[in-house]
Design a protein around this ligand. Sequence first.
Ligand code: CA2
Length: 151
Amino acid sequence: MHASRLVFVLNGPNLNLLGKRQPEIYGAETLADVEAGCRALATSLGLELRFHQSNREYEIVDWIHEAREIAGGIAINPAAFTHTSVAILDALNAFDPPVIEVHISNVHKREAFRHHSFVSLRADGVIAGFGTQGYQLALRRLATLIESRSA
Ligand code: CA2
């Protein structure tokens, strides 16, 4: 089977503030910096990228539905929706290719309410606490998984 090399990178609420507030938790890079880094790596991995951020749960659900038709994988930082959203879990459960969950901070070192993730019930892998480098690790893993599905 030939798996699509198109990957969606989806970001949840408040991640538009990355690099502008709380650098001690989330680092100094902006979301635009993260996107630029992902685009450069995607090119070198032979992946095509769709990179989105929204503060609205339904938009994230809609992008996952769009990905069902065309994408070979999703990397998602659902942000606060990680801990609350059955809707995003249900959408991901209707998406067959690999899903990697990304958190910039180590959620397990933080408040107890961040320790539970609905999305982890579906994710094939979870990256937490690697800073914004976690996005690059997720893309590398998706490239590996897409290749193994094409073999
Ligand atoms: O560590 C992560 O990536 C999180 O997904 C980030 C979410 C948080 O709710 C999760 O528990 C862990 C928060 C994203 C908010 O991002 C901001 C960035 C800069 C300033 C303020 C918020």
